[in-house]
Write a protein that binds this ligand. Structure first.
Ligand code: HEM
Length: 281
């Protein structure tokens, strides 16, 4: 047990856990980027249908009918990984500074290879935290538009929420700049994570570096192009009509909520009796 505590509080232990949580977050980012490629569809009606079907699938996915939807567990793991990653980054930064008597300079494990990204890791990391706060506030917890899906059910129009944010050129520009910062952070994180894991090899290190560059450029460009496409889509003449259509669904949506709340299921539990459960939307 003691060795775990020793490992978790050691500098190398912290760096390795940072690497693992970072790798998990990098994989999430790649998946998220692929999902968002559906915004690259310039036929508004089909883009709206496919993007909303995608977000509906992600938020409602529960194949084994657990009492808790899978998305909540994924979100819990994501928040945990983000929190741990940030906490360890800040702790290591403070320890690093203290060990050098307050003089702030970074020593790269790879001598002579101190890039701009190396020096700015903590700052690009903190910028990403700010980006994520804006991102979640404007999208996940942002404007709630409505959309009638193929089954006639009224659901959240996440496509409209997303492109409406990008309608503002300031946000579109902020996203393009943010993607550059995220790409830079990812590039250095990848090469440094391999270094921490002890993979430093004359032959492999340059290959890992190239893969890191390709990965970071793909992610930055992928998201950047998506942001520009969303800005273009949002400023098309048809968008206003879609917003009005969404607003007109409000009374029907309220009716749907009432019907769902009223739908009650009862079942018998031995020695308890009949239990009535109301399923809310
Ligand atoms: C063009 C760029 C991006 C677009 C259009 C986009 C779109 C979205 C949308 C629509 C949601 C809400 C999904 C929902 O609640 O159903 C979301 C959530 C999220 N995004 Fe992005 N995103 C972009 C870039 C990024 C980047 C670069 C990161 C990470 C650095 C990121 C991290 C997240 C996270 C952590 C969530 C919350 C996931 C959840 O709660 O399940 N996004 N994004």
């Amino acid at each position: 047990m003691q060795w775990i505590v020793k490992y978790l509080t050691s500098s190398i232990g912290k760096k390795q856990i940072m690497g693992c949580t970072g790798a998990f977050l990098a994989l999430f980012i790649l998946g998220h980027m692929c999902g968002n490629f559906q915004l690259l569809n310039f036929d508004q009606a089909s883009a709206q249908a496919s993007y909303n079907a995608y977000t509906e699938f992600l938020t409602g996915f529960n194949p084994l009918h657990f009492p808790v939807k899978l998305i909540y567990l994924v979100e819990l793991v994501l928040v945990g990984a983000f929190a741990l990653h940030i906490f360890l980054a800040v702790t290591l930064k403070i320890e690093n500074k203290k060990a050098r008597g307050g003089i702030e300079y970074e020593v790269s494990a790879r001598k002579g290879k101190k890039t701009f990204a190396t020096f700015t890791m903590i700052w690009s990391g903190l910028f990403i935290v700010g980006f994520l706060i804006q991102h979640l506030m404007m999208l996940k917890f942002g404007e709630h538009y409505l959309y009638m899906n193929a089954e006639g059910e009224i659901v959240r129009d996440m496509w409209l929420t997303t492109i409406q944010m990008f309608a503002n050129p300031a946000w579109a520009a902020f996203y393009v700049v943010s993607m550059f910062v995220i790409g830079m952070h990812l590039f250095h994180a990848i090469s440094s994570a391999f270094q921490t894991m002890g993979i430093a090899h004359q032959k492999w290190t340059p290959i890992i570096d190239v893969c890191g560059i390709i990965y970071s450029v793909v992610v930055a460009l992928g998201f950047g192009i998506t942001a520009i496409a969303a800005f273009y889509l949002a400023n098309q003449p048809g968008t206003q009509a879609l917003i009005e259509k969404s607003r007109a669904l409000q009374p029907q949506y309220e009716q749907q909520l009432k019907e769902k709340a009223a739908a009650k299921t009862s079942f018998v539990i031995p020695s308890v009796g009949t239990v009535e459960v109301s399923f809310n939307a």
